[in-house]
Design a protein around this ligand. Sequence first.
Ligand SMILES: NC(=O)c1ccc[n+]([C@@H]2O[C@H](COP(=O)([O-])OP(=O)(O)OC[C@H]3O[C@@H](n4cnc5c(N)ncnc54)[C@H](O)[C@@H]3O)[C@@H](O)[C@H]2O)c1
Length: 450
Amino acid sequence: MKNDFSRRQFLQSSAVAAGGLLAANTILLDADPLGAQTKPVAPSDRVRFGMIGIGMQGSGLLTNAITLPGVECVGAADLYDGRHTLAREITNNPSLPASRRYHDLLDRKDIDCIVAAVPDHWHKRVVVDACNAGKDIYCEKPMSHTIPDGFAMVEAAQRNNRIVQIGSQRVSSNLAAKAREMYHNGAIGDIEMVELTLGRNDPTGAWEYPPPFDLSPQTLDWDTWLNDAPKIPFNKYHFARWRCWKEYGTGVAGDLMVHLLSGMLYTLDWNEAPRSAQALGGIFRFNDGRNMPDFHVVLFDYHGVPVYVRLDLGCESEELARFMGPKGILDAGEFQLRHQFQPGIDLAPSYYSSGFPQKMREEYVAEWHAKNDPPLGKEPMYPTTVYAGHDWDDVKPHLWNFFQAVKSRKPVVEDAVFGNHAAIGCHMANEAYFRKKTVYWDEASKNIRS
Ligand SMILES: NC(=O)c1ccc[n+]([C@@H]2O[C@H](COP(=O)([O-])OP(=O)(O)OC[C@H]3O[C@@H](n4cnc5c(N)ncnc54)[C@H](O)[C@@H]3O)[C@@H](O)[C@H]2O)c1
């Protein structure tokens, strides 16, 4: 049926082909996410912060924070002495005060705020202590290690009127801002479903990190490091690879999913816990003594919207947040957003007409073309648009938002309430996996039930 191929359809398929081949509709977002905001700052207007935890992530936060105008690191704390040396190296300040006790920083009157990158099982204590000491705090994600931890942190932030910002940095990226703007301008219509996926395939990606050579009970305060976790003898692997064990970490959910959930909550302007979660998974590849899954698939219900998540440490796939609606698809990744518009209409006579006798079919097809073919020269185009942006994993814009808020006292987006909601999703994903049951959020008791 040659004439079934309408002009509508022809133009649509050639636009898609052109988009795919030529990437014709690529739009560059602002290359510098901080733009003109970073002006020189008077010495009296500087923000002075103390750094707690100078490990893998803390070293990156410190390196970036000290490049921001008007921001100064004036002290550091870590339970492992090697990281005092590292903090002094990063700040290029051999006399930077550094100790094992973070309370030394909280006690100092000349410190405005704290940046903390300690393992998950330490987040609550550091945030609550900082708030009670009158310090604002940027704390790494996932905000909490347990459900009660999260609510204690929200309470401490609110009671002390402190700025608490949680570290899922993509919330401050220009890509997330663009995704949010596009969604709210109707780019895909009302959200129908979200798919969040990420895969890695290497030991480092699965947290099998090499412990520092000189780590010992002499160079590390091991008993304090354990915090409320069961007391076990010094173990350098637990120190370096704490993500593998639920006693310290929050699994692939808290390590990776929390970023995807935070980006989704921000894009869609949701600020809530999921209603329910179902999960499958297991330790499929990295059976190295860990008790957290290396493969975790979750299906959430967010007020009726299904959110599917796949996190895999045994097969690499790009990190992608896919937002789907009746007007198309918005794919958000680390460096770009891709918007595919869908007109949501028939582009050709219905193939159901192949079940019509010939005369009827011809009549139907002719009528369809007469009714639906656009006038020549007025054919609609449905292009795919790509927005190329700055790396959404760059911590600098997020740190900048925090330090600005410390000065302005204006609330931050990813505050304790937002961070708690994202973390609750992670805890529900883990509970559904360990209980092998659908779990539900119970707002009355502020807890998870099966
Ligand atoms: N936002 C991101 O992209 C991102 C990336 C990686 C890690 N993180 C988060 O950052 C946090 C730290 O992760 P990491 O990989 O840097 O861990 P890490 O083990 O490399 O470093 C943590 C450091 O905290 C120190 N520490 C622990 N308890 C302490 C205490 N009570 N006082 C002082 N120091 C203490 C440890 O000695 C260690 O040096 C985690 O919450 C993690 O989820 C975030």
